[in-house]
Design a protein. Structure first.
Length: 125
């Protein structure tokens, strides 16, 4: 079944519930969800339609997301990331994408397609 149909069937978007609300989460994950939700509501939602309509790169918003550590969620602290787990990554992606799909895609690409292979296969040299 297509993901959108599953979400619609569960009524998650209409009820305001999310992945994070489906189970009890550790305090760290709850704080991350609140931080991401607040960021999405204040920084992304107000500009999301304009970004999509004008096909622009949300540079200011992405820089602010980086300041919050959202552009390197699973990257080891040793390399400047936040060192969180993949549940944290999923929670952050859900909240950021809810606010602005474009920002969510950029965040996803940076966290997984860009940083993932560098951390996994890169060398110290």
């Amino acid at each position: 079944m297509h993901c959108a149909r599953i979400v619609a069937r569960l009524g998650l978007w209409r009820s305001g519930r999310s992945i994070a609300s489906l189970a009890a989460l550790p305090e760290t994950h709850q704080m991350l969800q609140k931080t991401c939700r607040d960021f999405a509501d204040s920084e992304l939602v107000p500009v999301a339609a304009k970004i999509d309509r004008e096909h622009c790169y949300p540079a200011e918003q992405i820089a602010r997301a980086g300041d919050l550590g959202l552009m390197a969620i699973t990257l080891s602290e040793r390399y400047g990331g936040t060192g969180l787990d993949y549940l944290a990554y999923a929670i952050a992606m859900e909240e950021i994408s809810r606010g602005c799909a474009s920002a969510g895609v950029i965040m996803s690409v940076n966290n997984s397609l860009y940083l993932g292979p560098i951390e996994r296969y890169g060398s110290e040299a």
